[in-house]
Design a protein around this ligand. Structure first.
Ligand code: GLN
Length: 190
């Protein structure tokens, strides 16, 4: 059975857990460094607040072990704040977190007025998926080798680099489960 670790420090990890369990895989909440020693087929970094999540990862000694696993090929699905944790560059900010995904993100990119919204998006080979954006970032630059999976109004909102899938929106809050299925298919072939 596929086992997915879900970073459960802050944010909407419970919604991801529900999706993964409904699709027939097992989940483990990852709350401390020793949880990362479990054999995992994939890892989810949920939305929330990237500065809080990044600080907790550092304080709990989880940043380096998690980074090594992702660099070594562990499949990861990162949504919203999770995407910010993965990004190698964050606009207008010196510091980064895991910095494994060769993209630049802009935080809170849709401003206050358009802070949260839902829109259908064309996503890679999956066709149209519903997408909920909540104080979302977008990706404003990708390095070579990064596959763009979805755009909204000319801005990149989903990208894949080998084992890493980064989304600006929240697939865990909508009924549709095609993105979680797609992620599980990546975990199965690793
Ligand atoms: N704005 C948040 C951040 O910068 C991300 C929002 C979210 O995950 N919904 O971390």
């Amino acid at each position: 059975m596929v086992v997915i670790g879900i970073l459960a420090l802050q944010g909407d990890f419970a919604e991801h857990r529900q999706k993964i369990v409904a699709l027939g895989a097992k989940t483990i909440d990852i709350r401390q460094a020793k949880d990362l020693q479990a054999p995992l087929d994939g890892m989810i970094l949920p939305g929330g607040e990237s500065t809080v999540q990044g600080k907790l990862l550092r304080d709990l000694g989880m940043l380096e072990p998690l980074k090594s696993k992702i660099d070594a090929g562990l499949p990861v699905l990162a949504t919203c704040a999770g995407l910010i944790l993965l990004s190698q560059q964050i606009e207008d900010q010196e510091s980064t977190h895991l910095a494994t995904l060769p993209v630049t993100v802009k935080r809170n990119a849709y401003g206050r007025q358009l802070g949260s919204f839902n829109t259908p998006l064309s996503f890679g080979d999956l066709g149209e998926v519903p997408a909920t954006f909540i104080r979302a970032p977008y990706i404003n630059q990708v390095d070579e080798g990064v596959e763009v999976l979805a755009e909204k109004d000319g801005k990149i909102v989903a990208a894949r680099f080998h084992n890493q899938l980064g989304l600006a929106f929240h697939p865990e809050v909508d009924e549709n489960d095609s993105i979680h299925s797609y992620f599980l298919s990546i975990c199965q072939t690793k």
